[in-house]
Design a protein around this ligand. Structure first.
Ligand SMILES: [Ca+2]
Ligand SMILES: [Ca+2]
Length: 234
């Protein structure tokens, strides 16, 4: 039997006939219909990207000192950190969803060295939807203790928490602020070397005020003794 080959015109006619006879399937293949229920099922809650994740800095820091990544394994040694920024996963939040965020959707809870948990006062929340970035300016610098930054989106419990610790003056990152930090700061000063972790005020230079700041923090408690704060959503 001779093989029949369809030309472009014939193929178009066959396609048109198929569409007329099976209108619903044709329209769905050409113009996929969106199931309203499917939109709800795929709705996901915002979460912080692992990289760059959360960054911190002090508004009094030198502009030459870059924001520092928040590493939950390492203490924050600076004594004037009052800004936290986070980049959210674009796969979990649309710019429109971010634009509708409220300041109450972000909660920062603090567990003090004595173990008391309280929400931290926030002065300003800036949301940059196109960059998926949220920026929190605190009412006061972070005191020593453990913190949990929580994202709250309509639920009683946070949908994500980022936990971190502050031990002001802990330049050598061992979890304690003690004489070892003071001696190392003094040694660096003597050698004319700069280390951001020992630049306790983030001024971009090391001088006697950093040494004094480290000395004033001697005796802070190890954070392993502090309970993790549990933020409550509004
Ligand atoms: Ca230390
Ligand atoms: Ca300094």
């Amino acid at each position: 039997m001779p093989r029949v080959t369809l030309g472009r015109v014939e193929k178009s006619l066959v396609w048109a006939m198929a569409c007329l006879g099976l209108l619903s399937s044709c329209s769905q293949s050409v113009f996929p219909m969106r199931d309203p229920g499917a939109v709800e099922q795929t709705k996901v809650l915002p979460r912080v990207l692992p990289t760059p994740g959360v960054e911190i800095r002090g508004t009094a820091w030198s502009a030459a000192v870059p924001s520092q990544p928040l590493d939950s394994q390492t203490t924050i040694p600076w004594n004037n950190v009052d800004r936290i920024s986070a980049v959210l996963d674009p796969n979990n939040a649309t710019p429109a969803a971010l634009a509708s965020m409220r300041a109450e959707d972000l909660v920062l809870a603090h567990s003090s060295l004595a173990g008391a948990v309280a929400n931290v006062g926030v002065r300003l929340v800036t949301i940059l939807p196109d960059d998926y970035r949220i920026e929190i300016t605190l009412a006061a610098p972070l005191a020593s203790g453990r913190y949990a930054l929580a994202l709250c989106f309509g639920g009683a419990a946070p949908n994500q928490q980022v936990v971190f610790a502050v031990v002001q003056g802990d330049g050598n990152a061992d979890g304690f602020a003690n004489i070892g930090d003071v001696l190392m700061t003094r040694s660096l000063l003597g050698q004319g070397e700069y280390d951001l972790r020992h630049d306790i005020d983030g001024s971009g230079t090391m001088d006697s005020s950093d040494w004094e700041d480290a000395r004033s923090e001697v005796g802070s408690t190890s954070l392993t003794l502090i309970e993790q704060p549990v933020p409550s959503c509004p």
